[in-house]
Structures are given as C-alpha cells and as structure tokens.
Design a protein around this ligand. Structure first.
Ligand SMILES: [Fe+2]
Length: 246
C-alpha cells in the first residue's frame, strides 16, 4: 500500500493518491500575511516534506492596496528561499506563482502579460469575501483572452455565494477551475465554508486542493484532514490535478 490509502465504502475500493504537490501557500518570508521570517518559512517547508509533499508552489498575495508585491520581488524571494532550504537539507522542489486579488490593479497586470502562473497555465485569483466584484465576468474573460486558465482560490469561502448550485455552475461554465482549501473540510473556516466545500466535492467541481498555509498550524492540521472521510470522498467525485503538476 506504499504511497496510497485504501478507502473502502459500499464494497468499492477507491485508491486515494498521496498528495505530492501543494499549489497555494504564503511561504516567502515578510512579503504578505504569511511567514514572517526565514525560520518560520523553513519550519513550514519541513512540515510539508514530512507529510510527503514533493513540490510546493507558493503564492504570495498581490493586492493593489495592501500587498504591492511585484513579479521580480517574488522571484527574488523564491531564490533566497530555495538557497536557505537547500542549506537545511530540504530536497522538495519549490516554485512560486501568486494569488492575485481581483482589483483594478489586476486588470492592468493581465495586460502586461507578466503574470506569475502555476504550471505556465493557471492564474490563481481571489476576490473579496463579502462582495461579488462587478467586473468578475469581464476579468475572467480577460484572463482567458490572454491565453491562461482562471483558477479561483477557495471558492467555498466567499460569503456572497447565496445559491451554490447556480453561482458555482455559472463560474464553471465560464471556464473557471476551482481550488478548495483542505482545511475547509475540517471546519477551519467555519460551517458555511465547510458546507460549501462538501457541496463542491459531491458535485464533482473541485480541480485542485490547496493548503493556503500561512502558519505552521495550517500545515500540521493537514494530517488529520487526510484521514477524514470528507477528504477521501473527494476522490469519488472529482479528478484532482495536483500531482500532475510535479
Ligand atoms: Fe491564500
């Protein structure tokens, strides 16, 4: 059973692959609300490695008002992080993209064609939790027009989603991929987010699973998530793309 968990339900045996790639986290020290210093970043990387991850694609925030990170600042931070990780004997691959907040700054960034992508393909983006952006469809269209695939971070967390069936379907029909946060499955972000994550799972709408790790607790909690029924059921209904990013 090396590398696999076996899940038996209704006489059916599903093979649940070990998650080897994380594609959403905040591990570059000091540039957003994630790790505050290099020591903390290395602690989180070591924790990912002990869970069996082989690659993390870390995604610092870019927000016009709050986190004015640039492509070059993120890539410089990645360089330093890689060097320090290597010095600590961490062998996991480390890459960087960004989690783009959907604001006026983002629209102009798309046009520069300098977005940091996941796997040269996906633009990881988030929106306000409370208010559905009026330009949502327009920006999704712009991402696609630039030749990339929009990947919505933690769709389960947006409180403006009132009719999950209708609203998630509408986004899916526009070609948006969904990444849910693993810790949403254990209620870390509240009951509504947990319920939405379950809905997305049973509807087969989940494309990727992310840690969205800002601190060590969120990585440590993953081992419990991996043992949960909610996690194992994801593989009954969804095709998860994480390991294809290795
Ligand atoms: Fe995030």
């Amino acid at each position: 059973m090396f590398g696999f968990l076996k899940h038996k339900k209704n006489n059916a045996v599903a093979h649940i692959p070990k998650l080897e790639v994380d594609l959403h986290s905040h591990l570059i020290p000091g540039i957003d609300d994630g790790c505050r210093d290099m020591q903390e970043s290395l602690t989180l990387l070591q924790a990912f490695e002990s869970l069996g991850y082989k690659k993390v694609i870390t995604t610092p925030h870019i927000m016009f008002d709050t986190y004015k990170n640039t492509r070059s600042a993120i890539l410089r931070g990645l360089d330093t992080l890689r060097t320090e990780a290597q010095n600590r004997g961490i062998t996991m691959q480390i890459e960087a993209a960004s989690e783009y907040y959907l604001d006026e700054g983002f629209l102009s960034l798309i046009k520069t064609n300098e977005l940091l992508l996941i796997d040269n393909t996906y633009v990881l983006f988030e929106t306000s939790y409370m208010h559905r952006p009026v330009q949502l469809e327009e920006i999704i269209f712009e991402i696609k027009a630039s030749g990339h695939t929009p990947l919505l971070a933690h769709p389960e967390r947006y409180r403006y989603i009132k009719d999950p069936q209708l609203e998630y379907n509408a986004l899916k029909n526009l070609g948006v991929k969904f990444q849910i946060n693993l810790n949403a499955l254990n209620g870390h972000y509240g009951r509504q987010a947990q319920k939405n994550a379950h809905f997305l799972s049973t509807q087969g709408m989940i494309d990727f699973l992310g840690s969205d790790a800002h601190s060590i607790k969120q990585v440590q909690n993953l081992s419990k998530v991996f043992e949960s029924q909610a996690y194992q059921e994801i593989y009954k209904y969804n095709t998860i793309g994480n390991n294809a990013l290795l």
